[in-house]
Design a protein around this ligand. Structure first.
Ligand code: 9MG
Length: 362
């Protein structure tokens, strides 16, 4: 796409809510909140494939740019409005602090030595433990999305996830999310009582997903992936990974809105590790605040992913907890609303200390 204008909030001001003494035209307040305040914006203009320019500007200067006649000014004005707009609660959860989504994988490799019934029970126990540790949301998935993973049939996926959902509905206080690319799994999970749909294909894998997601009226996480898990890590390429992922998510948000899914029900996620090299993942992490310009909450899932192994020499995912926590905190600093993690207790503790240290009070 050429001719695009992008705005990325830069330089978070870390003072407790109500203690930031700055004129309204000096700082950028995101999501109509007092504690998510940035002191500058990076204005990025894409002029053609592979060519863009980036300038760090004050809010005053960006407002001046937005007042210009023409498409660039109009795009800029629309983004400023979306940055400032309050984010609606997701499944009744206020997004006034980073929320933790705990990962509940119901795949044979997660509970390998248990039988079918025992593995459902093990997944339920695991989910309840994550809730105890502070998970606000439990994300239940029956299809492995690791690089190279094979597809799973509809029947097998339902056989894995439905007993777990049924065992948690009415028992867990946390919101339940179904991690699936299949419309029928979304439909059945919604009927059984889940609160959120999480689709790594951003409702593109199954032709029925847009319609089914609209019918359920549930919030939907739209994650970016380049290709299918089986093949996505074979030499992924972008003109500019940050802007290409942004454009792709913007197109999915617009497709959802056209299909009758309100923008307030959408969450975007850049899809760390899904058709991305380590360099791509790092660019996305560093530029994460750009995604606020889409006007939806932002989710980040970096937990135990292979880029952490590549950076630190930790081949076994279970050795990547400190790196995962660091990635989660870097997302929180950029205003990510939901952090998808395996290690809920470690992330919860780190967030509590990080927030107290950042704001200078508990
Ligand atoms: C299912 N799944 C695996 N990784 C993920 C990520 O980073 N984000 C979301 N939304 N889902 C994911």
């Amino acid at each position: 796409m050429s001719g695009g204008v992008y705005l990325r909030p830069l330089g978070r001001v870390t003072r407790p809510p109500g203690h930031i003494n700055a004129a309204p035209d000096k700082v950028v307040r995101l999501f109509a909140r007092d504690d998510v305040v940035f002191c500058a914006l990076e204005l990025i203009q894409r002029h053609g494939e592979g060519w863009s320019d980036r300038r760090v500007l004050s809010l005053e200067d960006v407002r001046g740019f937005a007042a210009q006649a023409g498409s660039a000014g109009q795009q800029c004005k629309a983004i400023l409005t979306r940055l400032a707009a309050a984010r609606a609660p997701i499944a009744g959860l206020n997004l006034d602090r980073p929320r933790i989504m705990g990962i509940v994988n119901v795949t044979p490799d997660s509970f390998s030595d248990a039988g079918q019934f025992a593995s459902a029970q093990a997944a339920i126990d695991h989910a309840l433990r994550l809730e105890e540790e502070g998970a606000d949301i439990l994300d239940i998935g029956g299809e492995s999305t690791r690089p190279g993973a094979d597809r799973v049939s509809l029947d097998e996926e339902l056989r894995r996830v439905m007993p777990v959902i049924e065992g948690l509905v009415g028992r867990a206080r946390a919101r339940l999310s179904i991690d699936t690319r299949k419309a029928e799994v979304m439909r059945r999970a919604a009927l059984a009582g889940v609160h959120i749909l999480n689709d790594i294909s951003a409702l593109q894998h199954d032709a029925l997903s847009l319609r089914v997601a609209a019918e359920t009226r549930l919030p939907v996480v739209l994650m970016h992936a380049l290709g299918d898990p089986r093949t996505m890590q074979r030499d992924p390429r972008y003109d500019n990974v940050l802007l290409d992922v942004y454009d792709a998510l913007e197109a999915r948000v617009e497709a959802c809105v056209r299909a009758g899914i309100a923008r307030q029900r959408l969450v975007v996620d850049p899809g760390i590790g899904f058709g991305k090299t380590t360099a791509h993942n790092l660019e996305l992490l560093a530029g994460l605040s750009l995604f606020h310009a889409l006007g939806t909450p932002v989710m980040l899932g970096a937990s135990r992913k292979s880029f952490i192994g590549a950076l630190t020499g930790a081949p076994d995912p279970s050795e990547r907890v400190p790196g995962s926590v660091a990635a989660a905190l870097s997302g929180a600093l950029q205003g990510a609303h939901i952090l998808r993690v395996h290690d809920v207790a470690a992330t919860r503790q780190a967030l509590t200390v990080w927030e107290a240290a950042l704001m200078g009070s508990a």
